[in-house]
Each structure stands twice: as C-alpha cells, then as structure tokens.
Write a protein that binds this ligand. Structure first.
Ligand code: ADP
Ligand code: ADP
Length: 229
C-alpha cells in the first residue's frame, strides 16, 4: 500500500458565497513508503491546505485520502504521523520535555522511556539544557526546534511538515535539514514537506510536486535524480 494516496481531491472554502475559494481542484498524489516529497509553489496555491487535508485537520469537499491504506481520520486516531508546522504550536502550560513526551504518552510509553527519549530528542535539536524550561522562555526558533523534536519523538512512519525550518537561522536550518535526512534514511520515514524554497525542496526531496494557484492544482512533478552510487 502507498503511504499517502490523495485521489481526486478538491477543497472549496465558503462554497456558494461571495467569499468562495477553490483552494484545490482535482488533486491526485500517491506517495510511496519512504519517499520524501516536497510541495512547492507560490503563496495561495494550496500547499498548506493539501497538507492539512492529509493530516485530517480539514475535510475534502470531494475525493478521498488514505494513509497506510486507512482513511485519514483513522490514521490520525492511530497516530500514524508526526506533524510540525510553521507555528511551533507548543502547549504553553507544559515544560519543553513534557511537550516532547506528549506523543509518547499517547502511545502508552512509560515514564522512564519517555524521559530518556525526550532527552535524546533535545540532544538532536541541540537544546539539551532546556528540558525544564517553559515554552515562553524560548525564542521562536528554539520553540520551532522543540516542535520538530516532538514530531520526531515517536518515530512516526510519516512526517507532515509545513515550512518547519522557516524560523531558523541558516546554521541551525542546515543542521536540522541534515538531521532530518539522516533520520529519514535510517528509518525509511515518509515525508510530505511544504516549502517555498526551491533549493530546500531539491536538496531534501526524492520528488518535488509543483502547484499553481487559482484554482490550486498540481501542475508538475519532478523526480530529483540522486545518481546511483
Ligand atoms: P499556500 O499554503 O500554498 O500558501 P493555502 O493552502 O494556505 O496556500 O491557501 C490556498 C487558498 O485557500 C488561498 O487562497 C487561501 O487564502 C485560501 N484559504 C486557506 N484556508 C482558508 C480558510 N480557512 N478559509 C478561506 N480560505 C482559505
Ligand atoms: P500558510 O503559510 O500556512 O499558507 P496562511 O497565512 O496561508 O499560512 O494561513 C494561515 C491560517 O489561516 C491557516 O489555518 C489557513 O487555513 C487560514 N487562512 C488562510 N487564508 C484564509 C482566508 N482567506 N480566510 C480564512 N482563513 C484563512
């Protein structure tokens, strides 16, 4: 089965009103397990909408989405994927380590395992000394790295990321890109990655999906050749 299958999906916001937006029209996209796919295109072409549909944060107006052969709702309930968006979206009343432990709690990991894993993830994002801090004590870029650590903590088979590195300085971004690629190669993680940076898409991806706006649709799919060595 494919990791993600988007079949004839359309999304209309505010249908039948003067504010109607055809955010996506007739989108088909099949992603194989272990594939790294970037969605690129100008602002408003529907990248975030497509990612939110896959994440079951929105419902399609038409068409269907399956993840690991399940419908998107079931995949969300089963915690089949980790998510990291442009806004870190940390829980303000939970410490940094408690934020990272959240997906592990939902999966029933015990306390010691959770703590150990949270500390591993903090090392990964180079913030080991901030475990006991509260989110508001961290800069935007640091919060973003915690959100990425949280998304990766449970080693999900699928990662959904919407400009996750946007708020990072260049050095940190390069570190996080390299770590993401390493993790994906080691664990065969499937990634759907929204970016407006063509170099970032080409650097990270096996396949780049190009979208265009009004109405949002897929206009091109580019296999990024890596060479066979
Ligand atoms: P992108 O991520 O490529 O910038 P989006 O998916 O955010 O594009 O948006 C696609 C189109 O749908 C845009 O015209 C945007 O304004 C519109 N849109 C997105 N979300 C909503 C919403 N909740 N209500 C109305 N229109 C929306
Ligand atoms: P992104 O960088 O993710 O594309 P946007 O600024 O397009 O960010 O959207 C941020 C949030 O606002 C999203 O939840 C999106 O669905 C919503 N949104 C975008 N455009 C509209 C709109 N025209 N009306 C209502 N909500 C919108």
């Amino acid at each position: 089965t494919s990791a993600v299958a988007v079949s004839k999906v359309s999304k209309v916001f505010n249908p039948g009103t003067p504010g109607q937006v055809d955010a996506l029209v007739d989108v088909d996209l099949t992603i194989a397990p272990g594939e790294f796919v970037s969605l690129i295109g100008p602002s408003g072409c529907g990248k975030s909408t497509l990612l939110r549909l896959i994440a079951d944060l929105l419902e399609p107006s038409e068409g269907a989405i399956t993840i690991n052969g399940k419908n998107a709702r079931q995949a969300r309930l089963d915690q089949d994927y980790g998510m990291a968006f442009q806004q870190a979206g940390l829980f303000e009343w939970r410490s940094v380590e408690k934020n990272i432990e959240l997906p592990l709690e939902l999966k029933g990991w015990d306390k010691n395992q959770r703590r150990e894993r949270a500390h591993e993830m903090l090392e990964l994002v180079k913030l080991p000394e901030f475990a006991r801090h509260m989110p508001w004590q961290l800069s935007g870029g640091m919060q973003q790295r915690i959100a990425i650590a949280r998304a990766l903590a449970a080693s999900p088979s699928l990662l959904l990321m919407d400009e996750p590195f946007g708020a990072l300085d260049e050095m940190t971004r390069e570190h996080m890109q390299a770590e993401l690629l390493r993790i994906c190669a080691e664990t065969q993680t499937t990634v759907v990655f929204v970016t407006h940076s063509i170099p970032e898409a080409v650097f990270l991806s096996d396949r780049v999906v190009v979208m265009s706006p009004r109405p949002g649709r897929i206009t091109q799919t580019i296999d990024v050749a890596l060479g066979d060595d």
